[in-house]
Design a protein. Structure first.
Length: 324
């Protein structure tokens, strides 16, 4: 029986991961809250790991927020996420933990990285995109630190680099939610208020790649049984423009009004897509959840847990600046 410790186990991705681990008979997973353990505290982290004595650790815990938080708190993002990273690494090393999975992010890629983003050419060719400079730099450090601790201490660690996540359990809070849950909220409000037009920022031509949270959980769980030395992208392989995404979300939400694009507002990056060549070699049998199905499940979650409780508590700001 593998004794596993999951940091950030109470978060969005953590919930999906624990559900996946619950189907594995040979894994005993432990979680903790930030009240029980502040991973920024090195002594407390060491004590907790020595007491729990994990065979393996999956590190999901992160300090991250919406676009305004990310843009204005670069130093906090860099400091807190880097502190947690090295405290976890040191605790794993000193407590004798044999395996560590560090969950990376597409935010680590350089703003000038060639598309599709390749692990070999796109991660260190320039700084991360300006709005995620602190967070992206910390996530980039995951890759360097994992390689350094493997070489010097023999710690078997791997770094799956995840595309933008979405799915049931996601945040619909306007201060932290990303494009898919934000669109779901806006279309739901428009329906409730009888509005027949919604305006989104940009041209609608910018493209993104999204990864269903349950798929990310499956890959992370599989990492426990594999020794994967190089960082590897994890995505759906399905690239979609913002216009196409808005149309798909509208259909699932039941909104039939007009969608208009304010071209005076920025698109953000024109294109984001991951190169999945390495991933396909490591996980040749993996089949991702199609975006249409993932959106349906996410909208159903929203309706069940939020919409029926009344949209007055779910007011969105006038614009959708957080959608990028």
């Amino acid at each position: 029986m593998m004794k596993l410790l999951v940091t950030g186990g109470h978060g969005f991705l953590g919930g999906h991961l624990l559900a996946q681990l619950g189907r594995m008979d040979d894994v005993e997973a432990g979680v903790f809250s930030s009240v029980e353990l502040d991973l920024r505290d090195p002594s407390a982290t060491q004590d907790y790991f020595f007491d729990y004595k994990p065979d393996a650790v999956i590190h999901l815990a992160a300090r991250v927020g919406g676009i305004e938080f990310n843009k204005t708190r670069h130093a906090e993002q860099l400091r807190d996420n880097t502190l947690m990273l090295f405290n976890v690494l040191e605790a794993c090393r000193s407590s004798g933990c044999g395996k560590l999975v560090l969950c990376g992010s597409v935010c680590a890629y350089a703003s000038n990285a060639p598309v599709p983003f390749s692990e070999d050419t796109g991660l260190f060719c320039g700084p991360p995109e300006e709005t995620v400079l602190g967070y992206g730099s910390a996530k980039r450090m995951f890759i360097t630190a994992a390689q350094a601790y493997r070489k010097q201490y023999g710690l078997k660690s791997c770094v799956p680099v995840l595309a933008n996540l979405y799915g049931p359990g996601d945040s619909f809070d306007p201060s932290s939610c990303h494009v898919i849950p934000a669109m779901i909220r806006r279309f739901s409000e428009a329906l409730a208020e009888g509005r027949d037009e919604l305006v989104f920022w940009g041209t609608g031509r910018a493209s993104r790649e999204f990864l269903y949270s349950g798929d990310a959980a499956r890959v992370i769980a599989e990492c426990l049984a594999r020794d994967i030395e190089l960082p590897f992208n994890v995505g759906s392989g399905e690239e979609v423009t913002m216009s196409e995404l808005a149309g798909a979300v509208a259909r699932e939400a039941g909104y039939s009004g007009r969608i208009r694009w304010d071209v005076s507002k920025p698109d953000g990056h024109p294109r984001r897509k991951l190169d999945l060549t390495r991933f396909s070699t490591i996980f040749p049998e993996f089949t991702p959840t199609p975006l249409q199905i993932g959106l349906k499940l996410t909208v159903e979650f929203f309706i069940k847990h939020f919409h029926k409780k009344g949209l007055k508590e779910l007011r969105l700001p006038a614009n959708n600046a957080n959608l990028r």
